[in-house]
Design a protein around this ligand. Structure first.
Ligand SMILES: [Cu+2]
Length: 146
């Protein structure tokens, strides 16, 4: 008798687990490795921090909600932002250093790109490469977890 009760309880728990997994399956369109980042009117990114797992495939949608063109670029190494900005005019050199580049996006427009998160855990930087914009505040942090 006790065994039967236990069995019923286990089946009940399994059913609940199934229902829960079915529910979370419905929302898989927004999986944890899909992110949306906006550039705002006041030259900030929203959110300005993204956390991903090392080596993970990440889909990032960049919405320009500002009133001028903006871009979003992720540095592939932990190099100083200033160093990159100094070399920003040497386009080709800049490209080699970036994990992700979303070029100038018109106000109100958006772009989605997929990239592979850096293999090494740590804090990386994303920024707008248009002259002066990073200095204004268009800088964010990509946190890569092990
Ligand atoms: Cu910008």
């Amino acid at each position: 008798m006790r065994i039967k009760q236990t069995f019923t309880a286990v089946v009940g728990l399994l059913l609940i687990a199934l229902l829960l997994s079915a529910c979370s399956g419905d929302s898989s369109s927004e999986s944890p490795n899909s992110f949306t980042v906006a550039a705002t009117e006041d030259f900030t990114y929203s959110p300005d921090t993204i956390s991903v797992a090392a080596g993970q495939e990440v889909t990032l949608t960049f919405n320009n909600e500002g009133s001028v063109e903006h871009s979003l670029n992720i540095l592939n190494s932990e190099e100083e932002l200033e160093h990159v900005l100094e070399e920003a005019h040497e386009e080709e050199e800049l490209h080699e250093e970036l994990a992700l580049e979303i070029h100038e996006i018109e106000p109100g427009a958006s772009e989605t790109k997929t990239f592979t998160a850096p293999a090494e855990a740590g804090d990386y930087i994303f920024f707008c490469s248009l002259p002066g914009h990073a200095e204004e505040g268009l800088v964010g942090t990509l946190t890569v977890t092990p």
